[in-house]
Design a protein around this ligand. Structure first.
Ligand SMILES: [Cu+2]
Length: 340
């Protein structure tokens, strides 16, 4: 279990960002864009992509609008070397990024995501799972290999087409082996009706445990004979970044100290929405902000009656597959606005 108590929150002032690690996404930097209320490159009947539907009058699990708008993405998955916390290691990248790129749509749009498997050194199959999506009309695009699809073979491609039938914050990840513990995950934001007011959408805050060993060696240990419990993670990343004490590296891995932590910009007096995601393989996360109370407004893809708390617990283990897919679990998400 991993607990999280480290945050850096800055108000306004310009800062030097002291990491320059090609391949890391803009998430957790001052260049990360805030998010809109919804995407506007599409029809807006009655002022909204979803017309007159509201959180109070619609159960998205029973009905969703159909906008007819296609959101196309092109993903190329490769291996690369990256040092998210200063420790250089092999990771899986989408379009050369870690965490993988953000997916965005309005409620009722259709995602169309073409995935190219260019994983080499070694080659592996892959498949992407769109966490929380109902896939009512497209169960074959749920992305679990050997259940709904064959893995995408090395050098091959597959286009996933499915409706953004729920709204809120979620994520996607590889469902093949333990590839997502090797970095193959990214945020998925579906804009929908608000059930609580806020001023600024800060966007994804991805919490993830992090292993310096290769994911395949972890799988080998956990499913080997005799099986051993999952190893403890080495670190805990926020938006794919964290510092690490290089004196703890004993296996010869390259380590650069003070790699740099994620930075978020807040405006005093405004209410901010944080989209918390536990994208970890094993660790439960507890999220707090020193001296602040947060209001939880949604859990997974479900808007909830807002309630206040000073700690949000995000589990990864609602369901766990322990056959040949250790570290493949279901994950809880939360959307948290907080006033600063
Ligand atoms: Cu998932």
């Amino acid at each position: 279990m991993v607990y999280l108590y480290q945050h850096t929150f800055l108000q306004g002032a310009a800062l030097t960002i002291h990491f320059a690690r090609a391949g890391l996404s803009l998430l957790g930097t001052l260049s990360a864009p805030t998010l809109p209320d919804f995407l506007t490159t599409n029809p807006l009947p009655n002022g909204y992509p979803w017309s007159t539907a509201t959180a109070a009058t619609t159960n998205p699990y029973e009905q969703s609008p159909t906008t007819g708008v296609i959101r196309s993405y092109d993903f190329t998955i490769t291996r690369g070397f990256l040092a998210p916390d200063g420790v250089n290691k092999s990771v899986l990248l989408v379009n050369n990024q870690f965490p993988s790129p953000k997916l965005e749509a309005n409620w009722g749009d259709t995602f169309q995501i073409t995935v190219h498997n260019q994983i080499t050194g070694p080659e592996e199959g892959t498949a992407l799972h769109w966490h929380g999506i109902l896939q009512r009309q497209t169960p074959w695009f749920d992305g679990v290999p050997s259940v709904q699809q064959c893995p995408i073979a090395p050098g091959k491609s597959l286009t996933y087409t499915f409706k953004a039938d729920l709204y809120g914050t979620s994520w996607y990840h590889s469902h093949y082996s333990a590839q997502y513990a090797g970095g193959l995950f990214g945020p998925m934001i579906i804009y929908g009706p608000k059930n609580a007011p806020y001023d600024i959408d800060v966007g994804p805050v991805i919490l993830s445990d992090w292993y310096h060993d290769e994911y395949f060696s972890i799988v080998e240990k956990v499913v080997g004979l005799p099986p051993s419990p999952p190893p403890r993670s080495n670190n805990n990343l926020i938006n794919g970044k964290m510092d690490y004490d290089c004196s703890l590296v004993t296996n010869g891995q390259q380590c650069t100290p003070n790699a740099g932590i994620s930075i978020f910009k807040f405006t005093a007096g405004k209410t901010h929405r944080l989209r918390l995601i536990n994208a970890g393989a094993e660790g439960i996360q507890r999220f707090t902000i020193d001296n602040h109370t947060m209001t939880v407004i949604a859990n997974d893809f479900v808007p909830v009656k807002p309630y206040q708390t000073n700690v949000v617990t995000l589990g990864v283990s609602d369901r766990r597959v322990r056959l040949n897919q250790i570290l493949i679990v279901r994950h809880r998400l939360a959307n948290v606005p907080t006033s600063l």
